[in-house]
Design a protein around this ligand. Structure first.
Ligand code: GDP
Ligand code: MG
Length: 140
C-alpha cells in the first residue's frame, strides 16, 4: 500500500492567534511528523471567507462564524505529510470542543466556558478536493 504525500490547509483561527497558541499548534503538527511548507499571517476579509466557507452559507452559524473569523489575524499554513488531510483532522479533534477527545488540539486547548462552538482554534481541509481548493485560495 502506498502512502501518498499530501498537502492540507491548516488555519490557526483568531482565537488561537489571540491566545498565543500558534506555536503549540505548530509543535503538535511537527511532532506528528508533518512538515511546514509555507506560512502566512493575515487578516481575512469577508470575500475570502465567503469563498472558503461557501458550503456553510445559509446555516444558522454562518454569520457568527464570518464575524469571528474576521475578529483578528489568522495564521494560514501549508502542511505536508503522509495522509495529512485526514491525519490533521484527527489531530484537531471533533468540531465541538466540548466533546473533542483529550489529546487533540481542540480537546486539550479549546476552552469550554460556554463559548460558541466556532471558537475551536483550528481549521483543516476535509478532503483532497477541499485541500486543493483552499490552498489555492489562501496561498496563490
Ligand atoms: P470543521 O470542518 O470541523 O471545522 O467544521 P464545519 O466545517 O462543520 O464547520 C466550520 C466551522 O464552523 C467550525 O469549525 C466552527 O468554527 C463553526 N461551526 C460549526 N458548527 C457550528 C455550530 O453548530 N455552531 C457554531 N456557533 N459554530 C459552528
Ligand atoms: Mg469543515
Amino acid at each position: 500500500m502506498t502512502t501518498p504525500i499530501e498537502e492540507t490547509l491548516v488555519l490557526v483561527k483568531p482565537d488561537g492567534v489571540a491566545r498565543n497558541l500558534t506555536g503549540e499548534i505548530l509543535r503538535r503538527i511537527e511532532a506528528k511528523g508533518y512538515a511546514l511548507v509555507d506560512v502566512r499571517l493575515l487578516q481575512a476579509d469577508r470575500e475570502l471567507l465567503a469563498t472558503h466557507y461557501a458550503e456553510h452559507e445559509g446555516k444558522p452559524f454562518y454569520e457568527p462564524l464570518m464575524d469571528f473569523m474576521q475578529s483578528g489575524p489568522i495564521v494560514a499554513m501549508r502542511v505536508a505529510g503522509n495522509r495529512v488531510i485526514e491525519g490533521f483532522r484527527v489531530l484537531a479533534g471533533q468540531t465541538d470542543p466540548t466533546t473533542a477527545a483529550p489529546g487533540t488540539i481542540r480537546g486539550d486547548l479549546a476552552r469550554d466556558w460556554g463559548l460558541p462552538v466556532q471558537q475551536n482554534l483550528v481549521h483543516g481541509s476535509d478532503s483532497p478536493e477541499s485541500a486543493e481548493r483552499e490552498l489555492a485560495l489562501w496561498f496563490d
